[in-house]
Design a protein around this ligand. Structure first.
Ligand code: MN
Length: 759
């Protein structure tokens, strides 16, 4: 971080004064600066193209200002400058200048294409958000935009590099935005763009994005770490100086040629995540003392390692050789931890000049410099991106896309394994045989019963490591197929999605059958038994009871959310002579007619404007609000049992009461608060940042109101969350539990006690 400066920033962490929250304004760059920067890396800087792009952008954004009051054009210029600094080519710089043109200025893509060429237009298109108006919600539009971006990235990774530069400049200039908006952008940065920068190996951009977002999302924690860093800086600095001196002398004596030795600082966010992940306090984050040795050849890396281990005792198990086996972002280095002269652990990284360049600039190091061109056509997109786009083809909605993307981005590393035929399959770290099987084909996954790894049979819970050869064993017997337990073993979004779908389909099938059986049994002896199989009739009955179709009705019966007697009563009413003509016209149902399923014990969810009425001592009664007086909720009411038409409800001052005095009168009342009740939900999950937000979002997405929550995190990193929710019944609650259990990390979502009537 200290030794090479690719992206100069006011907030760049240094050893003594780490990122400061009061972002000092950056020196504004000009078009001239951009051009100068491009010509430092490119023999042909295509000045005309860039000037042309600038003219287009300047005209488009003229009159627009940023929140800070600056002319809007300052933003595309800074983004273009960043892109040029990262080392991208003139086309990418031109695209950076025009990246907001289509979205914010109503300029047509064809205009960009005509003026600047198809390549620039393609990059700009990938950077343009989808039209919000074409989507049902902001969330859906956001997911579609990200998806569009990633599809473009699969074709040309420069799109993502420009997008990261755009986000970086926006993060640097968040201050004028109102806090909720700034926070939302910062959260998205941590959730999506930081892991994407990490995927591309762009560690400098990643670190700066992390710390800028950290300061906005968690200002108190940020300030605390800042304070501790500053307090410990003097002692740390002098110790590091001693380490660097001793190291330089020892390498010199051993005649290992060294490019340079430098101490390095960790970002605030990176310290904080380590504290969380490793359950350590600030003081015990061991690699706070970090030194980097940059040498000229791979051989010298290992030579220097020998010298270091001769000088100080290495800590067992801390030597990592990423030279022989690079991580997926092509990061290469040797890492070792030794007990330094002060008795404290010191982490030392060894890299060649080239590895160091790649470690800081990541994928961007492929551009610029020694004239290396952009990605060749035959080069495949990175495996993680292929995975996201692959399962997304089959995924059904924006939420699934976002949760799958989040899961993929959460995985920190990946493993590369082989099929028996020697084909490479890359999977997120922690993957097992099921992930492997589903990555090949959904059917292979569904029929998977076990696997052989390197010729030996392993359990499905086995974790694969890089280099394994994996052979899936399949079976089509009745007992095979997806099981609940599989969800605890599979980690990839694709496998989990397929398993969940299969389980849901199985469950639905069973519930429908048992629901139909229950209805048949209830109809026994009435002569109506066969009606349970009358599809049209049952669909109509279902609709008048507020269900989407007969399948939903049978499911409600099968899951005991609805009593068979209610359906029987409704069916009889439906078939009664006076209403026989309504058989196929459910919409002609008398207005205001409702069954009292609310009395069935909270089974169903009601619209707020549905009048709910309780009939004393009667269950499953059909209720009709009389047309003569049209009672309104809250008015005093009285009910009369009518022949074949259930209970008709009148206001107590209705004119027609006298006429009805012969009928049997019953006591009726309005159902208070539409049957809402408060209940508790217990969630258990592996703790991670954003967990609470995601669970709350999942619960609210099904309309549950959260009255309170309480989270404890144990030493096992398991978060135990208790939510008080207001819900309309067990059905809604079950949907909520389902939604919560799909949040990444959640492994259990339950009610504290079974509440009687339901499963
Ligand atoms: Mn922008």
């Amino acid at each position: 971080m200290m030794e090479t400066t690719v992206i100069p920033t006011a907030t760049q962490p240094t050893e003594r004064a780490a990122v400061s929250t009061d972002v000092t304004p950056h020196d504004a760059h000009t078009l001239g600066d951009v051009l100068a920067q491009v010509s430092t890396e490119w023999a042909d800087p295509q000045t005309e193209l860039i000037e042309h792009a600038y003219a287009l952008a300047e005209a488009g954004h003229r009159g627009q200002t940023r929140k800070s009051g600056e002319p809007y054009i300052s933003h595309p210029i800074e983004v273009a400058y960043l892109v040029a600094e990262i080392g991208l080519d003139p086309n990418a710089v031109a695209a950076a200048l025009c990246h907001d043109l289509i979205e914010d200025c109503g300029v047509e893509l064809s205009t960009v294409s005509d003026a600047l060429g198809a390549e620039v237009a393609m990059l700009v298109d990938g950077l343009t958000k989808v039209d919000r108006l074409k989507f049902s919600s902001t969330e859906a539009a956001r997911a579609a935009t990200l998806r569009k971006l990633l599809v473009a990235v699969a074709k040309d990774v420069r799109v993502l590099i420009i997008k990261l530069a755009d986000r970086l400049h926006n993060m640097r200039t968040l201050a004028p935005l109102d806090p909720p908006k700034a926070r939302r952008i910062a959260e998205e940065t941590l959730e999506v763009y930081v892991p994407l920068a990490h995927r591309l190996g762009m560690s400098q951009v990643q670190t700066e994005l992390e710390d800028l977002a950290f300061a906005v999302c968690y200002p108190d924690r940020y300030a605390e770490i800042d304070r501790q860093l500053a307090a410990s800086a003097p002692a740390r600095d002098s110790e590091l100086a001693i380490v660097v001196d001793m190291l330089t002398a020892a390498l010199d004596e051993a005649e290992v040629p060294v490019d340079h030795v430098a101490s390095r600082a960790k970002g605030h966010w990176s310290i904080y995540s380590k504290m969380i992940e490793q359950h350590k306090s600030f003081e015990t984050i061991t690699d706070l003392l970090g030194v980097r040795v940059i040498v000229n050849s791979v051989q010298d890396c290992y030579g220097a390692l020998g010298v270091i281990h001769g000088l100080w005792a290495p800590v067992a198990g801390r030597l990592k050789d990423y030279v022989a086996t690079p991580t997926y972002s092509l990061y290469q280095a040797l890492h070792t931890t030794v007990i330094g002269p002060g008795g404290r652990p010191v982490e030392i990284q060894l890299r060649t000049v080239e590895m160091n360049e790649r470690a800081e600039r990541g994928i961007a190091a492929h551009w610029g410099y020694k004239g290396a061109g952009r990605r060749r056509n035959n080069e495949k997109e990175p495996a993680w991106l292929a995975r996201v786009l692959d399962w997304d083809k089959e995924s059904s909605g924006p939420e699934e896309f976002m949760s799958g993307l989040r899961a993929e981005l959460d995985a920190d590393e990946e493993v590369v394994v082989f099929t028996p035929r020697g084909d490479l399959v890359a999977l997120p770290a922690g993957s097992g045989p099921l992930d492997f099987a589903y990555s090949i084909h959904t059917e292979v996954g569904h029929s998977c019963v076990g696997a052989k790894v390197n010729g030996r049979i392993v359990p499905l819970a086995h974790r694969l490591v890089s280099g394994d050869t994996v052979e899936v064993m399949t079976s089509r017997s009745g007992s095979s197929g997806p099981k609940e337990a599989w969800l605890r073993m599979a980690v990839t979004a694709k496998a989990r999605g397929r398993i969940r779908q299969a389980l849901a389909a199985k469950r639905r099938g069973t519930d429908v059958e048992s629901g139909r059986g229950l209805l048949r049994r209830a109809l026994r002896g009435t002569g109506l038994e066969s009606k349970a199989d009358d599809f049209t009739l049952m669909s109509n009955v279902a609709q008048t009871l507020g269900y989407q179709g007969s399948e939903a009705l049978f499911t409600a019966l099968g899951t005991r959310h609805l009593k068979a007697q209610v359906v029987v009563a409704r069916l009889r009413y439906y078939l009664s002579p006076s209403t026989a003509d309504q058989d196929t016209r459910p919409s002609s149902d008398p207005p205001g007619t409702k069954t009292l399923s609310a009395l069935e014990g909270r089974g169903r969810k009601f619209l707020a404007n549905d009048p709910q009425i309780i009939v004393e001592g009667m269950n499953g009664m059909l209720v009709r609000l009389a047309n003569c007086c049209s009672p309104m909720p809250g008015q005093p009411i009285v009910g009369f049992v009518t022949s074949g038409r259930g209970v008709s409800v009148h206001t107590t001052d209705c004119q027609s009461l006298a006429r009805l005095s012969g009928d049997r009168q019953v006591e009726v009342s309005w159902w208070d608060n539409a049957g809402l009740s408060q209940t508790e939900i217990l969630i258990e999950a592996l703790d991670r940042p954003g967990l609470l937000v995601d669970v709350v979002r999942a619960l609210s997405s099904v309309g549950l109101d959260i009255a309170g929550s309480n989270t404890t995190v144990g030493d096992d990193r398991v978060a135990r969350q208790r939510y008080s929710v207001i819900c309309s019944g067990t059905e809604q609650l079950d949907v909520g539990l389902d939604a919560a259990s799909q949040v990444p990390g959640v492994f259990s979502a339950t009610r504290p006690t079974a509440t009687g009537s339901t499963k």
